[in-house]
Design a binder for this molecule. Structure first.
Ligand SMILES: Cc1ncc(COP(=O)(O)O)c(C=O)c1O
Length: 429
């Protein structure tokens, strides 16, 4: 298979050079160029519409990262933006006191999310996971936390520990998704001092293949929380309004005490939520100070109400599952055609193509070759992060994507060292 032509990303590179003189590292966090493939991916974007992005050099992409998750409908979704613009023009959004939208949104969440009784609104997913831990600690009078998954950049859970005193995370223990024995062992040791078990109810570990819960896993976690009197928190920042309107807890039928929401609920506007059992949530009123100048800013509430209205009215998640299931079947078929150690995991709304290791340790090369071909062909997937589908992906977009995935796998195949053709692939990195 012929190698795709390298993109012209001259303006992106120039802007990055300037950014390095203005911002530490030029770009921070998950958007930094080294989190993609240096020299191949654009670094700055100009605009987005529907499922398409255009970078500052004018290259256009069909996007599968969806802003890292918030874009559930599509970029620049007119109905959502119009509702926000009306609010800006007619009422304003930053005041001394709250506007009534908080009540409307809290009512809606109560209707949709199995665990929702009372809700607290914040801005980011990290705000909300941190608030949920504070509530659980206040409610139980205990300190320890069991965690599974990414929960944001705050002191108690971030991977990079620079600048954080050890005492701020020494009571937080990690367990692996689908490993109930590991959690059971931890709870045997620390259960009577454990305030919370916080976990993503669907397995999306960093850089690795995605996992659905094994039979009895979520139920087992629920019973351990009950047995030891810990608050069970589902971090549904990625899964709510994506897998189901009521999140993974609706899909898998296990209800936590608290739920954290963010990302997809407002199609890109910044809002997050802790919602859950009245008695635990009431600590927010009686024992905690949860406040920020911008928490009551009404634009994201308006965007969330409009987004949820569209999701329900247009049965958006049914649409995403139906076209996504067809899409994933086609991807699986092309993966099976080329023996290059590629692997598809996840479910229709969120999925990941990863690469297995081999004796010669070429996993990274094969992965980078694959994702380089895709970005050059105009398909924005991230090599280290799973993909999402949004409402505005059409069947035609998805069929074109399957074709590009097939060509990229064929390129990897042709580019592989002959010895690898009869290798045994392994999941060890
Ligand atoms: C599961 C999960 N929890 C929490 C967060 C943190 O959210 P934010 O980046 O909005 O602070 C993320 C962000 O990716 C996430 O995926």
């Amino acid at each position: 298979m012929k190698e795709a032509k390298k993109l012209n990303i001259t303006k992106s590179l120039k802007l990055f050079e300037e950014a390095e003189t203005l911002i530490p590292g030029g770009v921070l966090g998950a958007r930094k160029p080294s989190d993609f493939i240096m020299g191949e991916y654009p670094i700055f974007l100009e605009q987005g519409k529907g499922c398409r992005l255009t970078d500052v050099d004018g290259n256009e992409y069909i996007d599968f990262l969806c802003g890292y998750g918030p874009i559930i409908l599509g970029y620049r979704e007119k109905e959502v933006n119009d509702a926000v613009i009306q609010q800006i023009k007619n009422n304003g959004f930053c005041f001394n006191l709250s506007q009534p939208y908080q009540n409307a949104l809290a009512k809606k969440l109560k209707e949709l999310i199995p665990s929702a009784e009372l809700s607290v609104f914040l801005k980011t997913g990290s705000d909300a996971t941190t608030a949920s831990i504070r509530m659980a600690r206040a409610y139980t009078g205990r300190i320890k936390v069991m965690r599974c998954g990414y929960h944001g950049w705050h002191d108690w859970c971030v991977e990079m520990k620079g600048g954080i005193p050890e005492k701020l995370y020494e009571d937080v223990y990690e367990f692996h998704y689908n490993d109930l024995d590991e959690l059971e062992d931890l709870m045997k040791k620390h259960g009577d001092q454990t305030a919370a078990i916080i976990m993503t109810p669907f397995g999306h570990p960093l850089h690795e293949k995605m996992q659905e819960p094994k039979l009895g896993f979520l139920e087992g976690v629920r019973s351990l929380a009950d047995k030891y009197g810990a608050v069970l928190i589902f971090d549904e920042v990625r899964t709510c309004f994506r897998l189901r309107m009521g999140g993974a807890q609706e899909l898998y039928g296990v209800t936590p005490d608290l739920t954290v929401l963010g990302k997809g609920m407002a199609n890109g506007y910044a809002i997050s939520v802790v919602t859950g059992k009245r008695e635990v949530m009431m600590t927010a009123a009686s024992q905690l100070f949860i406040s920020s100048t911008f928490f009551p800013n009404s634009l994201p509430y308006i965007a969330a109400l409009k987004t949820i209205e569209i999701l329900e009215r247009d049965k958006v998640l049914d649409n995403i599952w139906e076209k996504g299931d067809r899409f994933l079947k086609k991807i699986q078929a092309v993966i099976e055609k080329y023996d290059v150690g590629a692997e598809l995991s996840g479910v229709a709304p969120m999925f990941f193509i990863t690469f297995k290791q081999d004796e010669m340790k070429t996993r990274k090369d094969r992965r980078n070759d694959f994702y380089t071909q895709l970005i050059r062909k105009g398909f924005f997937f991230a090599p280290h992060h799973h993909a999402y589908i949004c409402y505005r992906h059409t069947e035609e977009d998805l069929d074109r994507t399957v074709q590009a995935i097939e060509e990229s796998l064929a390129y990897v195949h042709d580019n592989m060292h002959g010895d690898l053709e009869c290798t045994t692939w392994s999941n060890h990195i």
